[in-house]
Design a protein around this ligand. Structure first.
Ligand code: GAP
Length: 570
């Protein structure tokens, strides 16, 4: 990945390449786009299909213990009541009443501006009349002796890699704008060990211990942590002014629709927000028909829909996306922790097999106190995207919660009969759930590189290359006749192209200088180019094989070419 400039620039260049070369377009672009929705162009559709196919082949076809399913997107609304989505699939939402912008409360950060020093009455009065502080804070400022930092207002910033820097810059600006003399406390996510020694902790905020004046800190909080009395004084990121943000409220992320001719409450249905529930609801059908024995899994790939408050980071968080989920059912007495670990390892190995670099992967275990009551543990595989380390794949141990919920709500037992013990029980489940679009974005970001290379004449030029694994590359090989006006060359090239095309996605290109044609393939991630030249027709029938990553060329005969593809594209 290019590291020459900022993550934003890098993302912008990746987004531009996706548009330019037909990977991804904004949805409904001719109407100005539609936030949170995307279209996959000819190359994007291939790339996406390759991700799905690799997953399906490795997860379902190459294993004996997993079967596939394709359940409907719109299911009985009672499914979503039983699963808890109607009541609880919510995000905390904050509105700005002036700009009409909406924010996820847990992504909108604020911090108190704290200043050490006696604040004159005129300044306090000015802060009060411009509604920057409450009467209570004004009173505290009037009586404070100025020896400890006091709150003189608030700043806010949206969550990103530089939230803390933005809050600090905002605080400095605030101090200047309101002409407040004194020492400004730094806002920081954490105090360094050295600093901590000089601090006395006051809840989440750090205040200086006696004698230590050089480090004065406050920790940023998100809006879910804001006290009601603070909210009127926190500025909206849209306007920079306080007074327009609402208190956080729960916002259900399921898209609603109506089924049938009536559009009243009785016809409400939901676009599924996850594919998982289809597999729980069909559990009995699969057990009764699929000749499966515990432990076994049901896997499904399909679209999911979430009315995300803040879709962002290109296709990372969108409103329509595709999931690849698997429910692995285990005996109620099985060692779930061992099985969980095995699935984490399987998912990591699979990501490596499609070419994601190990250096970009890490694990994040959800803290116990943040887990749902039924959950035994969740570990996310994280990926280092240009905009930060973010969740790629969640692997959850969900106990027998979902099957039990559906058994209770539907009145249909969801038990498994164990032949060995002649006992019935509700199996437990391990659920690895990943988004196709998130894998695609990770693959794009990891593959993208810009490098200086020399052309035939020794001049240095920039080459943009997508180093996709051959498994994922949208085009596996480009067939290039050296000259388009030499019928003998073109004839061999076309024959080879047709032959390769029976099995793989192959591209035929006869226009432009050969070097330029190589560059075009580099930019879309084609791992190999094969050139049919004079040696092919005049000598032994061999072709020039040019490798994308090394740019090395060598002669290759047709059987070896097919062998190469068989070996790397599976
Ligand atoms: N059944 C469990 C479930 O759906 P999740 O963590 O909400 O769990 C699983 O979603 C995966 O789906 C995530 O790890 C992510 O890869 C993908 N995903 C979730 N929301 C997404 C969104 N808005 N846009 C793109 N991918 C998303």
């Amino acid at each position: 990945m290019s590291t020459a400039d900022s993550p934003n620039d890098l993302m912008e260049r990746i987004v531009a390449l996706c548009k330019r070369r037909g990977f991804i377009f904004p949805s409904s672009e001719i109407y100005g786009g539609f936030n949170g929705f995307f279209d996959y162009g000819p190359l994007g559709a291939e790339l996406k299909k390759n991700i799905r196919d690799c997953w399906w082949n490795d997860m379902v076809r190459r294993r004996d213990d997993i079967v596939g399913l394709e359940s409907s997107i719109i299911m009985h609304p009672k499914v979503w009541e039983a699963s808890g989505h109607v009541a609880g699939f919510t995000d905390p939402l904050v509105d700005c009443k002036v700009s009409k912008q909406r924010y996820r409360a847990d992504q909108l950060f604020y911090a108190a501006v704290r200043i050490k020093g006696k604040i004159p009455d005129t300044v306090i009065q000015s802060l009060l009349s411009s509604k920057r502080i409450s009467e209570q804070l004004a009173q505290e400022l009037r009586t404070a002796d100025g020896s400890t930092p006091q709150i003189v207002g608030y700043v806010s910033a949206l969550e990103n890699e530089k939230t803390v820097e933005e809050l600090n810059a905002g605080a400095k600006n605030y101090q200047r704008k309101h002409s407040i003399q004194g020492e400004l406390a730094l806002i920081s996510n954490e105090a360094s060990e050295e600093t901590k020694l000089k601090m006395i902790g006051q809840g989440e905020n750090w205040a200086p211990s006696t004698g230590a004046t050089e480090f004065l800190m406050g920790k940023p909080k998100d809006m879910t942590e804001a006290k009601p009395e603070e909210i009127p004084f926190i500025p909206s990121p849209a306007t920079g002014e306080p007074g327009s943000l609402t208190a956080p409220r729960s916002f259900n992320m399921m898209f609603q629709t109506n089924v049938g001719a009536m559009t009243d409450g009785s016809s409400v249905a939901y676009l599924r927000p996850e594919t998982a529930q289809g597999m729980f609801v069909d559990f009995k059908n699969v057990v009764d028909t699929g000749r499966v024995k515990l432990p076994f899994g049901i896997a499904q790939i399909g679209k999911s829909f979430r009315n995300e408050i803040t879709p962002r980071n290109f296709i990372f968080r969108s409103r329509e996306f595709e999931q690849m989920e698997m429910e692995y059912f285990i005996h109620e007495d099985a060692d779930w922790a061992k099985c969980h670990q095995e699935w984490i390892a399987w998912c990591q190995a699979w990501l490596l097999s499609i070419g994601l670099p190990e250096s970009h992967l890490s694990l994040h275990a959800h803290p116990k106190e943040k887990l749902a009551f039924y959950s035994k543990g969740t570990v996310d595989i994280m990926f280092k995207y240009p905009f930060g380390v973010q969740e790629l794949w969640g692997i959850a141990a969900r106990g027998n919660y979902d099957l039990t919920q559906h058994a209770t709500a539907s009145g249909k037992p969801m038990e498994y009969f164990d032949e060995a013990t002649k006992k019935k029980f509700v199996p437990h489940v391990i659920e690895p759930a990943v988004g196709v679009d998130r894998i695609l974005l990770a693959a794009l970001c990891a593959a993208y590189a810009e490098e200086d290379v020399k052309d035939d004449k020794g001049n240095v030029e920039k080459r943009t290359v997508l180093r996709f694994s051959p498994r994922l590359a949208p085009i596996k090989i480009a067939v290039l006749p050296l000259m388009k006006n030499k019928p003998e060359i073109v004839d061999v090239a076309e024959k080879l192209y047709r032959k390769l095309k029976r099995k793989w996605n192959v591209f035929y290109d006869e226009s432009g200088a050969i070097g330029r044609r190589y560059r075009r393939q580099d930019e879309i991630g084609t791992p190999w180019c094969v050139t049919i030249d004079f040696e092919t027709i005049e000598k032994d029938g061999s072709f020039t094989l040019r490798e994308r990553d090394t740019m090395q060329q060598r002669r290759i005969m047709e059987p070896e070419l097919f062998q190469l593809l068989e070996e790397h594209v599976y």
